[in-house]
Design a protein around this ligand. Structure first.
Ligand code: F0G
Length: 458
């Protein structure tokens, strides 16, 4: 008999999670103003809101916590992290920050001014938020294939080189402070960017004299897909692939809460000492002294170890196969998902799922609320609410895709949990034709409204 695939780790500590009744959930979500962010975690049975900071650290990471050096300046933990970043990514200079958006804040304070244009592949919402907050514009140059969920294409995160070159030709160099390539591309479905595409973007950027920064939250998952899908990389190790990937960037921002498997942390990596020196001032102002930047010594130690844990092939294989295990069950039932499955999450195509709900009533949010009521499973809307209003017109922006994201925390849930999630969604799918109305917004913030939006059921 062929031996089946099995996880490459076992469990040493457990946490109780809470079941609830449908009637309780109906009441709770109403009290939460139909915003899944407003639920208390005890009101959720399986939490797929995010894979950010929700992973389980390894025994090695926990032992590193005990060795943390909490000195304000010159802590050994800082040097341990600096060495790990250099070793894994190749970047010579780095600044620690408390999370990914803080890295964006520091880097963009250094590079971006009002009126600038920042091309990229579906900038993540905090990235776009930090760009627009500075009265600059994010221009999406993702390939069109990304927006056809059924289309089987191996690197749906790629940058469209024609779209990119159009932007680079349209604006003077002084108005394009950087290009941001997000690996993997979260917004388009946790989709990877190929090595070839990174190489070509880097070459084009060099031709126009513009630096490239990688938004690297899920860089290791991206490397896994390159190894599995791109010709010439099958025999390379994840760490060799990661090194080559970063050789095509001038710098990186990192939310360590994803692929470095820590609960909090981030950093910026640079090759350019001048940019690093300038960014240092903002880091001290916003985050803390450059030897800790918003993290304690123990956090930096766990992060340094997490960079090694997160770039092990066996770990990545276990993780990405679990995501696909869930995705395949949904697909087998005919539930429309972004395909091929991404690295960190399954993205349900809500427009195809709930075809009776008008887009003005927030389709993906409606599906998210239905799934919560059905099984106590919490996903997140990646759709019109997340897209915010156009800063110039004040009108809702309707993105090409209305997605419900089911993000899988790292090393946390079992495949029985995946079966439960699939069954919950299948039950909603079976009654999809009866779901005809969505929501109206009662209250919203001007930027990043999805976190605090209040809704009324129509
Ligand atoms: N870039 C990407 C691609 C992200 O996915 C995130 C966060 C950030 C930057 C910001 O990092 O949260 O540490 O400040 N994504 C989380 C998510 C929140 O749920 O996808 P952060």
């Amino acid at each position: 008999m062929k031996l089946p695939f099995a996880e490459s780790y076992k469990t040493k500590m457990v946490e109780t999670i809470h079941r609830s009744s449908r009637a309780e959930r109906e009441q709770w979500i109403k009290e939460a103003k139909y915003n899944l962010f407003n639920l208390r975690s005890e009101q959720v049975f399986i939490d797929l809101l995010t894979d950010s900071g929700t992973g389980a650290m390894s025994d090695k990471q926990w032992s590193e916590m005990m060795l943390g050096d909490e000195s304000y300046a010159g802590a050994s933990s800082y040097y341990k992290l600096k060495d790990a970043i250099k070793d894994i990514t190749g970047f010579e200079y780095f600044l620690p920050t408390h999370q990914g958006r803080a890295a964006e804040n520091v880097l963009f304070s250094t590079l971006i001014k009002a009126g600038d244009v920042v091309p990229g592949n579906s900038h993540f919402d905090t990235t776009k938020g930090h760009i627009e907050f500075r009265h600059a514009h994010a221009v999406d140059c993702t390939i069109d294939e990304a927006f056809h969920t059924e289309l089987d294409y191996p690197f749906k995160g790629n940058v469209d080189l024609n779209k990119l070159e159009t932007v680079l030709k349209q604006y003077p160099k002084e108005q394009i402070p950087l290009i941001i390539v997000t690996i993997t591309n979260n917004t388009s479905g946790g989709q990877p960017v190929s090595m070839k595409n990174m190489r070509e973007v880097h070459a084009m950027a060099a031709k126009y004299g513009i630096p490239v920064y990688f938004d690297s939250a899920r860089f290791a998952e991206n490397a896994y897909f390159i190894k599995i899908r791109e010709e010439g990389y099958a025999d390379k190790s994840i760490r060799e692939i990661v090194k080559e990937m970063f050789s095509y960037a001038d710098g990186m921002t990192m939310s360590s809460k994803k692929d470095a498997i820590v609960n909090m942390g981030g950093f910026i990596g640079f090759n350019n000492k001048e940019v690093y020196d300038k960014a240092t001032m903002y880091n001290i102002l916003f985050e803390g002294f450059i030897n800790y930047g918003g993290m304690s010594g123990r956090d930096m130690n766990a992060l340094a170890q997490g960079l090694y844990d997160g770039t092990e092939f066996n770990y990545l294989e276990t993780r990405i196969k679990q995501v696909a295990y869930l995705g395949q069950q949904l697909r087998d039932y005919g539930i429309p998902t972004q395909y091929p499955f991404g690295g960190h999450a399954i993205f349900i195509d809500a427009k195809k799922f709930l075809h009776n709900v008008p887009k003005e009533e927030y389709i993906a949010q409606t599906l998210g609320v239905e799934l919560y009521i059905e099984g106590g499973v919490r996903g997140v809307e990646i759709g019109t609410i997340l897209a915010d209003r156009d800063p110039d017109t004040g009108k809702n922006r309707y993105p090409d895709l209305e997605l419900l994201r089911l993000a899988i925390p790292r090393r946390v849930y079992s495949n029985n949990h995946m079966d439960y999630i699939a069954a919950s969604l299948i039950n909603v799918f079976d009654r999809r034709n009866e779901i005809k109305r969505g929501f109206k917004i009662l209250k919203e913030a001007p930027i990043l409204r999805h976190f605090t939006v209040e809704l009324e059921k129509l």
